[in-house]
Write a protein that binds this ligand. Structure first.
Ligand code: FAD
Length: 471
């Protein structure tokens, strides 16, 4: 089977279990045939973390049932392959939400756990790790292990990019909300200091935020941005009315998705050409967008009320899937840096982008909060997410600029999000995640023969057979 993630393609033998027993059989088959295996959720990562070239994949998308839901405790137990948007469909009209859901709401629960993803509410509710109550892990031996937050392996499995076993199910803690509606404020900030000052206020007053950054603005305007901030509002509606409205909301998102995919199918090459043609005009486009936002803000028309669904997830429905739009050379990189370094890091990273022949097409900033996972990219600080679509002739130069972005981030004590990485090298990985040694120790106990691996694990040098790979 050909597997497509981001712009990468590999061939693997694929098993599609619908029961725990079938998962066990797939692992036994791989052990017998001396193959490695990589569990895969929805395959929505940008990089190679759910690929296993020439080996086996365990496609968990068929294990997608809700096992139990306790309205009083707001806890839901689900099979590993269920998509986050399907949990929203089940609980949102009951005035509950699942924080830390990434823009890509089609991600599976296990994929979200293993990549420890974050949402637009990351500074508030933290990463996905904070939402997990417990999980069941199928080990290489075929036994299962119940792991709750106090278990010694919890912080290794969450964020552990699937290297310790197969997550079979998980119990998640949902949070109450006053209504499914948010008030959205779009706030332009002319440069980096204004951006950071405004963000520190927004972090106190709002529930979620995402920042469009103009990576083309230079000099005194560097860090010019528009903050999109949302806070839940009270709105009295019966449960059945909410259900109706949300149902219409999901249908609209689905329609957008179908339209985006059809557009890509019919006009894919033209869209790619338009993206290339638009690039020299990005600077002017960004200026125009910022000026419009400033004008709308000045005349007091920059706020409106929407369903949270649209604020949180619409981007993953309206544009055709990122891996289709990015084209064969497109990729993203998301870098966090500590709050104390934020100003200098933003300036330095944007300047590196500006020195590249292929600056990013989009640049997004988010605020985060730390967690205790061994491999976690969350910290008390901010992240910048850059999306690059380099032309063929600029591919090498673009990669070289990304290397500089990574090195600058590491020097400032920052991290690189593995769900959006396809370039990190072992020496960089060891510096970003020194606690991977602890992960390796646990892996040697749970998976001594190295049954579970992935292209990413091989690329960044996660190899349990090496005693001290960082030296
Ligand atoms: C348009 C777009 C927007 C995105 N926005 C965000 C965002 O806002 N924030 C963010 O953090 N990320 C974001 N992402 C990244 C995406 O949310 C993550 O990569 C997420 O992990 C994808 O989930 P998945 O189910 O597709 O996982 P996969 O890509 O299938 O797998 C991810 C990892 O989990 C492991 N895994 C999956 N299932 C299991 C299992 N049952 N047992 C053990 N291991 C398993 C895999 O081996 C792999 O290491 C975005 C991606 C796209 C394409």
């Amino acid at each position: 089977m050909t597997s497509l993630v981001g712009s990468l393609r590999t061939r693997s033998l694929v098993a599609r279990p619908t029961t725990l027993e079938q998962c066990r059989e797939a692992l036994a088959f791989c052990r017998q045939h001396n193959m490695t295996i990589c569990a895969r959720g929805a395959g929505r990562g940008y990089g190679d973390l759910a690929l296993n070239d020439g080996q086996a994949l365990l496609d968990m998308s068929g294990m997608n049932r809700i096992l139990s839901f306790d309205r009083d405790t707001a806890r839901i137990k689900v099979e590993a392959g269920i998509r986050l948007i399907d949990i929203y469909r089940e609980v949102h009209h009951l005035l509950m939400t699942l924080p830390a859901s990434p823009t890509e709401s089609h991600s599976s629960v296990a994929g979200a756990i293993c990549a420890n993803v974050n949402g637009k509410d990351a500074w508030h509710h933290g990463s996905f790790a904070h939402q997990v109550v417990s999980l069941t892990l199928l080990l290489a031996s075929g036994e299962t292990l119940e792991i709750d937050r106090s278990h010694e392996f919890f912080n290794a499995v969450v964020g552990g990019i699937g290297l310790l076993g197969v997550i079979v199910d998980a119990t998640l803690q949902l949070r109450p909300i006053p209504s499914p509606y948010v008030e959205i404020n779009r706030i332009p900030t002319p440069e980096v200091d204004a951006l950071l000052e405004k963000m520190s206020q927004i972090e106190k007053s709002h529930d979620a935020a995402v920042v469009w950054v103009d990576a083309y603005a230079r000099g005194r305007k560097i860090g010019r941005s528009v903050i999109h901030a949302a806070k839940y509002i009270n709105r009295k509606q019966s449960e059945s009315r909410r259900r109706e409205i949300l149902q219409a909301g999901y249908e609209r998102l689905d329609e957008h998705r179908r339209f985006g995919l059809a557009l890509h199918e019919k006009f894919g090459p033209i869209l790619s050409l338009m993206l290339h043609a638009q690039r020299p005009m990005m600077d002017s486009f960004n200026r125009l967008y910022f000026a419009m936002c400033q004008l709308v803000y000045a005349i007091g028309r920059s706020s409106n009320t929407e369903l949270f669904l649209r604020f949180g997830f619409e981007a993953s429905f309206t544009v055709p899937p990122a891996h289709l739009v990015c084209g064969p050379r497109g990729y993203t990189v998301q870098l966090t840096f500590p709050r104390s370094e934020a100003r200098d890091a933003i300036i330095e990273l944007i300047k590196i982008c500006q020195s590249s022949p292929s600056p990013p097409v989009t640049t997004i900033l988010r605020a985060h909060k730390p967690d205790d996972c061994l491999i976690s990219f969350s910290e008390d600080g901010y992240s910048l997410n850059f999306e690059f679509h380099p032309k063929k002739r600029y591919e090498a130069a673009s990669r070289e600029a990304v290397d500089r972005l990574i090195d600058a981030t590491i020097k400032r004590g920052g991290k690189i999000h593995l769900a959006k990485d396809q370039v990190l090298r072992p020496e960089q990985f060891y510096r970003v995640y020194p606690r991977y040694q602890e992960l390796l120790k646990i892996k040697r106990r749970l998976d001594p023969e190295g049954l579970f691996t992935s292209d990413l694990a091989r690329r960044v040098g996660i190899d349990p057979s090496l005693d001290n790979p960082s030296t």
